[in-house]
Design a protein around this ligand. Structure first.
Ligand SMILES: [Zn+2]
Ligand SMILES: [Zn+2]
Length: 271
């Protein structure tokens, strides 16, 4: 696969690969498009605010852009957590020269408490409770402007291994996303964390398609070099199966790319 649009670097406190290392790995894998989507998250105090040094981020991004010029298209992205609770911060973020802003929902709340989605199950939240809170917040996010893409739309599936949706609500979410020109990402991280599904996979992609969705982005959500590009071929095949096209996002504009090519690097002559 020639692109990975959900990649973390050491500008995220939970990642263990520098931009330089991720770029080197991307070249090894024959990729063409890479988007660094470091975390901006304020949900809990034990999840530190990342990405504080935006100037440092852009400085390093410019450095690797020059270092890998002609080999990689390196896009500036942000994974913005709970955007509906931080609209002012989102406005500020959009003043920076990002190519793609991805909205993600990592933390949920209901009348009884708050939880991080990935630890809700371990903390005793039932499947029903987690999904009820999750989709309620996602429905609000789906009505926002300023987001290019939604990351891992059905994140609870990664820990609960089961998808739970209410038909009418899912139709509304997808219609909102299409109306606000917000694309879906197909995220492969559940496949390496004990899960069996893309996020989202066929069932939710069918809702998206029915609502008029045409394009998706692909992301491994790599926090290490070894995760870069993982399972993206499967994601691309699934997109194809659903009649969805792949794109990357540059300066907030979608740019279509071929499903499995074109080959962007010359084969060695002895190949
Ligand atoms: Zn995420
Ligand atoms: Zn991520």
């Amino acid at each position: 696969m020639n692109m990975d649009l959900h990649v973390h670097s050491t500008f995220s406190s939970d990642a263990r690969a520098s931009m330089q290392q991720q770029c080197e790995r991307a070249v090894q894998l024959g990729m063409r498009y890479l988007c660094f989507t470091d975390h901006m998250d304020w949900f809990t105090h034990d999840r530190p605010v990342c990405f504080e040094g935006l100037d440092g981020y852009f400085r390093e991004l410019e450095r690797v852009r020059k270092a890998f010029a002609g080999r990689l298209v390196i896009l500036a992205g942000a994974e913005f957590g709970e955007p509906h609770r931080h609209e002012k911060k989102l406005e500020q973020l959009l003043q920076y020269p990002f190519d793609m802003v991805m909205g993600s929902l990592h933390g949920i709340a209901d009348a009884q408490g708050t939880a991080l989605v990935h630890t809700a199950k371990a903390n005793g939240w039932s499947l029903e409770r987690t999904y009820r809170a999750y989709w309620k917040e996602m429905e609000i996010i789906s009505q926002m402007d300023g987001l290019d893409v939604i990351g891992h739309l059905d994140l609870p599936v990664r820990s609960y291994h089961e998808l739970c949706v209410e038909d009418a609500q899912m139709h509304r979410i997808m219609q909102n996303l299409c109306k606000h020109h917000t694309l879906l990402e197909m995220n492969t991280s559940a496949l390496r964390k004990g899960g069996f599904t893309l996020m989202p996979d066929l069932p939710l992609l069918s809702y998206y398609k029915e609502a008029g969705g045409t394009h998706v982005t692909l992301g491994s959500d790599a926090h290490t070099v070894w995760e870069l590009g993982n399972d993206l071929n499967r994601a691309a095949q699934t997109a194809d199966l659903c009649g969805l096209k792949l794109c990357y996002i540059q300066q907030h504009q979608r740019r279509e790319v071929e499903m499995f090519g074109p080959a962007t690097f010359a084969m060695p002559s002895n190949f």
